[in-house]
Design a protein. Structure first.
Length: 237
């Protein structure tokens, strides 16, 4: 019985970690494909030399990956700090407002439909171990699971590297084709295909229609690039 529960907990933990990593990759890839694509398209409408676009694109990918990675890191740290602050508050309440915490614990068991006798017995059992009691209140009163202490660093790396991987795709034709307008054609084809594939799998994972999701993601990228190209053409001298 214990082995089975341990296996279930381990499976759940691995599933949550996998979901968090997948979310990071989706965030990084989504912006990585779209932002450098729009930048390259915009510059292609203003300059003819691909080398300028390559330099600007590399600078944007570097800055974007750092900014996105830092955002992921700060989000992870905020989650960790919030959890730690709530833990401290729960310890304080258990030590100084014990009667209120006992009432809240009983109320939880009452909502499960347990009898008065079982409520009292379960509450007394949990209250005997302060650490377990805090863990119980964090999970069932506040709905907070203990975050992975390495989550912030992992999130920063996952998002940053995914952004770089996505950003290289629309920029790659400019490395090999000197004419920016010619390189843009290949960039559009490569990026829209990747956006469609990315949107398809992203939608499949999130449970929405994968074909509609893929089309939506592709159209958003196309509109961003088209808008940037159009604005550059408007101000072209």
């Amino acid at each position: 019985m214990d082995t089975h529960l341990h296996h279930d907990n381990q499976h759940m933990e691995e599933h949550l970690k996998s979901s968090a990593a997948l979310t990071d990759i989706v965030i990084g890839m989504s912006d990585g494909l779209t932002v450098p694509f729009a930048l390259a398209a915009g510059l292609s409408g203003a300059v003819d030399n691909s080398s300028i676009i390559v330099i600007a694109g590399i600078a944007e990918i570097a800055a974007g990956s750092i900014a996105m990675g830092l955002g992921g890191y700060l989000s992870g740290k905020t989650e960790q700090d919030h959890y730690n602050n709530e833990v401290k508050r729960e310890y304080y309440e258990i030590e100084n407002l014990r009667h209120r915490e006992i009432a809240e614990t009983k109320e939880f068991f009452a909502h499960l439909g347990l009898s008065e006798e079982i409520q009292n017995k379960a509450t007394e059992e949990i209250a005997n171990d302060k650490d377990k009691w805090v863990e119980f209140m964090m999970k069932y009163e506040l709905g907070l699971d203990k975050p992975d202490p390495k989550r912030a660093t992992k999130s920063a790396l996952n998002i940053g590297l995914s952004y770089i991987a996505g950003g290289v795709i629309p920029l790659s034709p400019y490395f090999f084709i000197s004419s920016s307008t010619e390189a843009l054609k290949y960039s559009v084809i490569a990026t829209l295909i990747c956006l469609f594939i990315f949107g398809y799998f992203k939608s499949k994972i999130t449970g929405i229609n994968p074909w509609l999701g893929a089309l939506r993601v592709m159209l958003i990228g196309a509109m961003a690039a088209g808008a940037a190209f159009g604005v550059a053409k408007m101000f072209e001298r």
